[in-house]
Design a protein around this ligand. Structure first.
Ligand code: FAD
Length: 417
């Protein structure tokens, strides 16, 4: 099947190998109607190529698509092989207690967005929020006020393609910050390398650590497991409104259903991740200026999900990111304290494993599917050495089996049970 790869256009071959992240950049770079993001039968957002894509656009996609490559431009200062560039390592929370409460962890990302808007550093923030029309769908929101930002607060564990209107965002001529998944940010950073003129227009790229995108079907399974009807929802949130907060579905008849984070993510959503996320070497958002994550408290060496006041891990990666965190702290938007780099591993053990095993998983994907995502200057060789031979071999074999067996084509139907 993979021998067909050479006959396919680039976008289709990335999708066919299961390497598409669903960021939407290819649609964002193409002319109207050439490529459009659609929900595949497997419940992921995938590009559908509807017309001939010009060679110039295809070259741009090749240079920026995070299914093709994720790369640092040059070797990066303050680089930690497990966690990427670290100019500031902090834990903290939004000073505004409502923002802290509505945020996924400590509400720091939302507080930073509000600070950017209120200080007029940007005209809007481009980020994902719940769809205006469908409580279990995501869409890009251009936030211009505190209320807009709060509407988008909280993690939405479902497909999102925030870059599908990139050209239109740039055409506004306004300055904006972009907040998205690590793969979205990697794609935009690559685009900004190609088009240096837009760097001033997008002064900040913000991200969060990401364990992967679950299928849309994961959400419908979750809603049903909560006892609600996915077709009767008035609202739905995955978490936030506390830390970690509960998944909460409210039906149009007013009946409300809840499930705790451990069961919703661990029991259901985490089992629906797209293949590309399982081999990702950049779960920690290395290309962003600032990355936030859950600053979990540990119990017996593992994060425990007891309900508490929210706390975010805050990593400043670039000079601009570090200066902005300092400014937000000085202006009392966020409160933070420094922590030692070694403490990150106890909060994010899953991300540590992913980085160390990513090269083995990528190699297995190349063997099984004839293509894999390239990671350049992300220190994968040194990270792999930390994983040890047995762990690496086990992951090559496990991923190989999965890559051969798992349905991955864009419009292939799941195998019938
Ligand atoms: C799919 C997914 C996987 C995650 N995996 C991890 C993980 O492994 N470890 C970890 O510590 N944290 C993970 N997070 C992030 C975490 O849940 C918090 O978002 C993070 O701690 C920041 O919290 P906050 O309170 O500062 O963010 P908030 O103030 O709540 O802001 C969150 C921002 O995330 C954006 N957002 C939400 N959902 C999406 C989406 N689907 N696509 C793009 N942008 C979105 C919103 O636009 C919002 O502005 C994940 C989030 C998502 C969406």
């Amino acid at each position: 099947m993979m021998s067909k790869k050479h006959e396919m256009n680039l976008v289709d071959s990335v999708v066919a190998a299961g390497l598409c992240t669903g960021c939407g950049l290819c649609e964002g770079l193409s002319a109207v109607g050439e490529i459009s993001m659609q929900l595949s039968p497997l419940g992921y957002l995938r590009p559908k190529v509807g017309g001939e894509v010009s060679s110039a656009v295809e070259a741009e996609i090749k240079a920026c698509c995070p299914g093709v490559e994720v790369a640092h431009e040059k070797s990066v200062e303050h680089y930690n092989v497990n966690w990427g560039a670290l100019r500031g390592v902090k834990v903290g929370y939004a000073v505004d207690s409502y923002v802290r409460h509505m945020g996924s962890s400590g509400g720091v990302l939302s507080a930073l967005c509000i600070h950017l808007l209120e200080s007029k550093a940007v005209d809007f923030v481009a980020h994902i929020a719940v769809s205006q029309t469908d409580p279990i769908a995501n869409e890009l929101q251009l936030s211009r006020t505190r209320d807009d930002v709060i509407r988008a607060a909280g993690s939405r564990y479902a497909p999102s393609a925030p870059l599908r209107t990139l050209k239109a965002l740039l055409a506004t001529g306004e300055r904006f910050a972009f907040l998205g998944k690590p793969c979205d940010v990697a794609a935009l950073r690559a685009y900004m390398r190609l088009h240096t003129s837009v760097r001033d227009q997008i002064p900040y790229l913000l991200s969060f650590m990401c364990a992967g995108i679950p299928s849309h079907h994961g959400t419908t399974e979750l809603v049903r497991a909560m006892g609600a009807d996915p077709d009767q929802l008035a609202s739905f949130r995955y978490r936030g409104d506390g830390w970690p907060g509960v998944a909460r579905a409210v039906q149009r008849d007013g009946e409300a259903f809840e499930m705790d984070y451990n069961r919703s993510w661990g029991g259901i959503l985490g089992k629906h991740l797209q293949f590309r996320c399982k081999i990702c070497a950049d779960g920690t958002g290395e290309l962003a200026d600032i990355v936030c994550a859950d600053a979990w408290y540990g119990k017996d060496g593992y994060p425990d999900f007891e309900e508490r006041a929210g706390r975010s891990l805050v990593l400043a990666r670039t000079e601009a990111g570090q200066a902005f965190v300092n400014r937000a702290e000085a202006d009392r938007s966020i409160v933070t304290e420094d922590i030692a780099v070694d403490e990150i591993a106890a909060m994010q053990p899953y991300q540590l494993d992913r980085k160390r095993l990513a090269a083995s998983r990528g190699f297995a994907t190349l063997l099984a599917r004839g293509r894999t995502t390239k990671y350049r200057r992300l220190g994968l060789r040194d990270a792999t050495l930390q994983a040890g031979l047995i762990g690496s071999l086990r992951n090559v074999w496990g991923t190989y089996r999965r890559a051969v067996g798992e349905p991955h084509l864009s419009y292939q139907k799941p195998e019938s049970k």
